[in-house]
Design a protein around this ligand. Sequence first.
Ligand code: NDP
Length: 448
Amino acid sequence: MSIQNEYLNGLMERVIKRDPAEPEFHQAVREVLTSLAPVANARPELIKEGVMDCLVEPERTIKFRVPWEDDQGNIHVNRGYRIQFNSAIGPYKGGLRFHPSVNESIIKFLGFEQTFKNSLTGLPIGGGKGGSDFDPKGKSEAEVMRFCQSFMNELFKYIGPDTDVPAGDIGVGAREIGYLFGQYKRLRNEFTGVLTGKGLTYGGSLARKEATGYGLCYFTDNMLRDAGKSFDGAAVVISGSGNVATYACEKAAQLGGRVVAMSDSNGYIYDKDGIDLNLMKEIKEVERARIKEYAARRPGAEYHEGCTGIWQVPCQIALPCATQNELPLEGAKALIKNGCFAVAEGANMPTTPEAMDALQEAGVLFAPAKASNAGGVAVSALEMSQNSMRFSWTFEEVDQRLLTIMTDLYHNASRAAEQYGLAGNLVAGANIAGFLKVADSMLAYGLV
Ligand code: NDP
C-alpha cells in the first residue's frame, strides 16, 4: 500500500532507514501515514512546520537495566524501557508490558499508537509506553515483587502525576501495579496518582479492570447499530483470556452475544453453549492456570492445541484481544468464509495489514484498536481525575462515563472518515481524528 503523499512516502523511508530493525514500529507508522495523506494534502503547513517529522520520533527514550535476585540467590539482568512519545496534549500516559518478546520496536509502536488513542478519548493525556523483557510466568510472588521494585528504582526518576503516568498491559496487572506503586511511594515519600490500575484500597478506580473489554463492546455495539446489526444472538470469538478478553467476554454476553471461543498462547477452547465466565475467571484470574483447564472442567467444551486455529471457529463477531499480529491473512479468510460480519480489535495491532485489507475489502465492519480499545486508558484518565480530587465515583458513574466516551469516540472517528471522503473506514477516521488534536497543539507550541 503506497502512501498518497510524496513527502510522507519519503518520511516513511527515513523512518525505516533510521531504525531498520523495528518492523512493528514501521507497520504502525505506515498505517497512520497512509491514513493521514489526505490531511497532509489539504494542510501543507503540517509538513512545513515539521509536525509530521516530529510525530514519528519519540520525545524521549529511556532504556535501563533491571537487576534482580531469584529465590535461589541467582542474579538476573533484564532490560527496562519507557518511551515518552508525545506530550502535546497532556502528561505521557500508557501501560507497562512485561513479556519476553518486549524490545524497543514493540514499545515504540505501542507508544506511537497510544498518542492517537489517548487523543481520541477526548481527555488531556499524551502518549507513552514502557515495559521489560522480564517474563512473570512461572516466577514466585517474591521474585515478581523484587523485579517490580528494581524496575521502579530506575523508572521513578522519569515519571510523576503531571509528567508521565504508567499503567498495566500484558503481564502487568493489579499485583504488579501494587508493587510498583509501593516502591514509588517509598522512594518519593509522596502519595500521588503516578500509576493507574491501582487497587481499590489505595486510589484505584472502580471499573478500571473492566474498562478495556467493556469499552471495546460499547464501541462495537455503536458500529454494529450504525450498520443495522447487533450483538444479540451473535456467536462471538474472543482471542486471549487476560484482562481485555475476560471483560470483553462479560460485556459481549450482557449485550446478548454468545461467546463460543477463547484462547491463550498455547491453544484455544471451543464451548458451543457459550463460555462459563465464572469458571474462566476462576482458572485465569484466581489460579493463574492454562486455558486447557477450562475444557477439562466444563462438560461439552473442547480444547485445541495452537492459538491461531481460533479464527477457524465460525462466528459473526470476532474480537482479537491477545497480542499484536495474532490475526493473520489466513485467519481473516476463514472469518470471511464463515460469515463473520464484524471484527473489533481489543489488543493493540492484532490484525496484520494483509488481514485488515482482506476484511475491509470483503465488507466486514472493522474497528481499529486505537479507537476500540481506548476504554482502558480513558478510565485510567478518570482514575487520575479522581486521585487529583481525592474522591471516587461509583462503578455506575465510571461505567456511564466510559459508555459516553466510547460512543463519542465512535462518532468522531466515523465523522472524520466521512469528512475526508472515506466514509465507513474507521481505521482512517480514527487516525485522522486522533491526529488533528495532537497536530494542532504541536503547531500552537511552535518548534520546540
Ligand atoms: P494480559 O496479560 O492480561 O493477557 C494477555 C492474554 O493474551 C493472555 O491470555 C495470553 O496468554 C494471551 N496471549 C498472548 N499471546 C497470545 C497469542 N499469540 N495467541 C493467543 N493468546 C495469546 O494482557 P491484557 O489483556 O491486558 O492485554 C491484551 C492486549 O490488549 C495487548 O495487546 C494490550 O496491549 C492490549 N491493551 C490492554 C489494555 C488494558 O487495559 N489491559 C488497554 C488497551 C490495550 P498466555 O497466558 O498464554 O500468555
